[in-house]
Design a protein around this ligand. Structure first.
Ligand code: NAD
Ligand code: TYD
Length: 339
C-alpha cells in the first residue's frame, strides 16, 4: 500500500491514525479529506506541515465532484472513512447533520470509490450501533444492530450501506466497530476532555443521571492499530470489534479524573439524564484477536494518566478550541448552565 485517503483526519481519532500510519509505514503517503467542521482542527496535525508524505484537501465527503477530484489525483490504494458527526448529545439536539454526513457522505464515498475501483475501503464505525447492554454480556460482531440515538442510527445506516455494497457490487470493504476512545486531541465536548477542562477551571462536572452508566474505554492508539490491521489484513465483508477491556461507570471514571487532578469530588454536579441514555457498552474482541492478531496494549490507569498529562501540557490546544454557540442539550432543555 503506497497511497491512501483518510477522511475526517483533522478530528480526534483520524489525526492520531494519520500520525501513527506515517510512523508505522515509511513508504506510505496520505491524503486527508476534511471539511473542518467545529470538530476538525488543523492544529491536531500541525506537526505534519511540510511533510512530503502528507497532503490536506479541505472538502466535504458529501460532495461527489470534490471526492472524485481527490481520488483522481493519484493512485489511491485505499480509503479509510473517519469523517462523521460524532457526538450523541448533538444528535439529540439536531439529527440533520448526522444523516447528511454519516449516511449521505458514506454513500457518496462508496459510489466514488466504486467508480474509481479503489481496492480497499474501511468504514470506521462504533459499538453504539449494537444498542445497550444490561449488566452482563458483551457485543460480538453477530449482535443484532439496535441503535438507540440519532448518532448511532446514522452510523448503523452507514454500516448497512457498506454491507449492501459488498453484497451487491463485490465492493472491497471492511467495517470496524470500537468502544469509547480516550487520548490526546479529543474535542472537549466528550466526557474525559470536558471533565478535565472543567476541573482545571474549578467548574462543575455534569454527570448525567445516576452516573452508573458503563463504558468500555480504549486508548485511541489501540483503536488506530486495530484499524491499521483491518486495513491491511481484514477480510472483505467482515466486521471487526475493538474494545479496551476497561469497563468503568461514569462516576468511577469521574472520581479517577478528579483524584488525578487533585480536585475535590464536590465539583461533581448531577444533572438530568441524557434522553435514551444507553446503560452499558462492552466489547468482545475475540475475532480481532484471532484473525488480525490484535490486542489492546494500553493499561487504562497509565493511559488515562498520560492523557491527563497531555491536556495539562497543552493548555493552548483547549484554549484555542472554538465551540461556537454550542450549548449542550441539558443546558438548552433545563437552562442549568454550569459554573
Ligand atoms: P471527531 O468529531 O473528533 O472528528 C470528526 C472529523 O470529521 C472532524 O475533523 C470533522 O471536521 C470531519 N468531518 C465531519 N463532517 C465531515 C464531512 N461532511 N466531510 C469531511 N469531513 C467531515 O470524531 P472522532 O471521535 O475522531 O471519530 C472519528 C470516527 O470514529 C467517527 O466515524 C466516529 O463515529 C467513530 N468512532 C468514534 C469513537 C469515539 O470514542 N470517539 C468510537 C468509535 C467510533
Ligand atoms: P460521551 O463521551 O459523550 O460518549 P458516548 O455518549 O458516545 O458514550 O459520554 C460518555 C458517557 O459519559 C456517557 O454515558 C454519557 C456520559 N456523560 C456525562 O455524564 N456528562 C457529560 O457531560 C458527557 C459529555 C457525557
Amino acid at each position: 500500500m503506497r497511497r491512501i485517503v483518510v477522511t475526517g483526519g483533522c478530528g480526534f481519532i483520524g489525526s492520531n491514525f494519520i500520525r501513527l500510519e506515517l510512523e508505522l509505514d515509511p513508504e506510505l503517503s496520505i491524503v486527508n479529506i476534511d471539511k473542518l467542521t467545529y470538530a476538525g482542527n488543523l492544529a491536531n496535525l500541525a506537526d505534519l506541515q511540510g511533510n512530503a508524505r502528507y497532503q490536506f484537501a479541505r472538502g466535504d465527503i458529501c460532495d461527489k465532484d470534490f471526492v472524485t477530484s481527490v481520488l483522481r489525483s493519484g493512485d489511491i490504494d485505499a480509503v479509510v472513512n473517519f469523517a462523521a458527526e460524532s457526538h450523541v448529545d448533538r444528535s439529540i439536539l439536531d439529527s440533520s447533520p448526522f444523516v447528511q454526513t454519516n449516511i449521505i457522505g458514506t454513500q457518496t464515498l462508496l459510489d466514488c470509490c466504486r467508480l474509481h475501483k479503489i481496492g480497499r475501503y474501511v468504514q470506521v464505525s462504533t459499538d453504539e450501533v449494537y444498542g445497550s447492554l444490561g449488566d452482563d454480556g458483551k457485543f460480538t460482531e453477530e449482535t443484532p444492530l439496535a441503535p438507540n440515538s440519532p448518532y448511532s442510527a446514522s452510523k448503523a445506516s452507514a454500516d448497512l450501506l457498506v454491507r449492501a455494497y459488498v453484497h451487491t457490487f463485490d465492493f472491497p470493504a471492511v467495517i470496524t466497530r470500537c468502544s469509547n476512545n480516550y487520548g490526546p486531541y479529543q474535542f472537549p465536548e466528550k466526557l474525559i476532555p470536558l471533565f478535565i477542562s472543567n476541573a482545571l477551571k474549578d467548574q462543575s462536572l455534569p454527570v448525567y443521571g445516576t452516573g452508573l452508566n458503563i463504558r468500555d474505554w480504549i486508548h485511541v492508539l489501540d483503536h488506530c492499530r486495530g484499524i491499521d490491521a483491518a486495513l491491511r489484513r481484514g477480510r472483505v465483508g467482515e466486521v471487526y470489534n475493538f474494545g479496551g477491556n476497561s469497563e468503568l461507570t461514569n462516576l468511577d471514571l469521574t472520581y479517577a479524573l478528579l483524584d488525578a487532578l487533585g480536585k475535590p469530588r464536590t465539583l461533581i454536579r448531577y444533572v438530568a439524564d441524557r434522553p435514551g441514555h444507553d446503560h452499558r457498552y462492552a466489547i468482545d474482541a475475540t475475532k480481532a484477536r484471532r484473525e488480525l492478531g490484535w490486542e489492546p496494549q494500553a493499561v487504562f490507569a497509565a493511559g488515562l494518566r498520560q492523557t491527563i498529562d497531555w491536556y495539562l501540557a497543552n493548555p493552548d490546544w483547549i484554549a484555542n478550541i472554538k465551540s461556537g454557540e454550542y450549548r449542550s442539550y441539558y443546558e438548552q432543555q433545563y437552562g442549568n448552565r454550569l459554573t
